[in-house]
Write a protein that binds this ligand. Sequence first.
Ligand code: C5P
Length: 232
Amino acid sequence: MTAQLNPRGDVAVLVPAAGAGVRLGPGAPKALRLLGGEPLLVHAVRRIAAAPSVHTIVVAAPAAEVDAVRRLLAPVAPVVVVPGGAERQASVAAAPGRRATGGPDIVLVHDAARALTPPELIESVAGAVRAGHHAVIPVLPVVDTIKEVGAGEVVLGTVDRSALRAVQTPQGFRRSVLTAAHAAAGDSLTDDAGLVEKQGVPVFCVPGSEYALKVTRPFDLALAEHLLAVGH
Ligand code: C5P
């Protein structure tokens, strides 16, 4: 089954949402933790569905929660829910939207944990793929000074910050590029563009968004609660 949002859309969004969320402390799987009374995943899917280019959304849910996630998302948007894997990379590989023939040719991979990502960022990444870039990532400048630290917490050196970027999702790809990168993947990486880089495909950066922060630790959840309360 392929759930359609905008039939004229040309983008499939894969949402890995099967993580445990250990760094948030004890509780439900991360994508199901509440933000303003609703699960992070609901916020994320609502914003993805609001992006006009999106044709299909595939969510990789915790294996034990697939039916619950289907029920949860049914009133939010038409979504395909599949069981995720033990690692993020396996969850992305589990999503059939990536393999389906005849599906959209632009595929975005977007973490459920980036629950407040504006639809405009989804459009911006998709637009850069549409414009001809085979792999696209949203990035922010690094604001802190970064040190490399060795044994005994002794500083080894200072990294040139001007060349560094913090990487967010959604990450966008031509379908064939993402499929080839996952097929060739050996080591598990935390981002899909990393797999594509290893294939020698140039990865293009577009400006990210502060609102696409990843809810990882309790502080992030508090910040996201505030952003939601003030209208984001
Ligand atoms: O753990 P981390 O914050 O890097 O997870 C990023 C995203 O990947 C989250 O949305 C999480 O639910 C998802 N994930 C997954 N399957 C896993 C581990 C993480 O879908 N096994």
